[in-house]
Design a protein around this ligand. Structure first.
Ligand SMILES: Nc1ncnc2c1ncn2[C@@H]1O[C@H](COP(=O)(O)OP(=O)(O)O)[C@@H](O)[C@H]1O
Ligand SMILES: [Mg+2]
Length: 163
């Protein structure tokens, strides 16, 4: 099964909880565990918060952010792809932004751990950003496969062990 969804939201804090619940609801087609859902929600929350807080400065209300999800799999699990995109200011130094505890909003009591959390809670992560154009975070999460002993999964696990 392939499934997808696309959302455009106002880049406001009120939409952060909506966004993570919407992605979690979409992910249900892959039958995730509660722990998997919780990881996904945490990562989406961080990505959306970044678009709200950093991308557009004080005019955030006037702007949009976009979330796209794709699911490849079935009720035994599969892969969930998520992108969170904004059309904001972009990131000056991407490498630096990825460092734990690095934040440009220290006075705002930001932890600087957003990107670290996304990378820790997801199985794949990439960040593309262009000054003055915007930022796109891509994340991937495997759902279920690891824990469910079906034939395909056994083969995949075996391949990894043999490698
Ligand atoms: N969508 C974005 N647009 C512009 N800058 C961003 C965006 N996301 C992150 N950044 C920059 O990367 C830094 C690190 O992000 P993060 O790890 O989430 O920490 P925090 O949000 O706590 O500052 C931010 O302080 C900000 O400068
Ligand atoms: Mg952040």
């Amino acid at each position: 099964m392939k499934n997808y969804m696309k959302l455009e939201l106002a880049a406001i804090g009120e939409n952060e909880s909506f966004a993570r619940s919407a992605v979690a609801a979409f992910a249900l087609c892959l039958n995730p565990s509660l722990a998997e859902l919780s990881d996904i929600k945490t990562a989406v929350s961080e990505a959306v918060t970044n678009a709200v807080v950093h991308a557009y400065g004080k005019e955030s209300r006037e702007h949009s952010l976009w979330i796209e999800c794709r699911a490849d799999g079935d009720e035994d699990g599969g892969v969930l792809h998520i992108t969170v995109t904004d059309g904001g200011c972009g990131i000056e130094d991407v490498e630096r932004a990825l460092l734990p505890f690095y934040t440009t909003l220290e006075n705002d009591e930001r932890s600087g751990m957003g990107f670290t959390i996304m990378q820790t809670f997801m199985d794949g992560f990439s960040l593309e950003s262009e000054r003055g154009k915007g930022t796109k975070v891509t994340m991937l999460r495997y759902i279920g496969r690891e824990k469910i002993p079906n034939e395909k999964n056994q083969d995949a696990v075996k391949e990894r062990t043999d490698a």
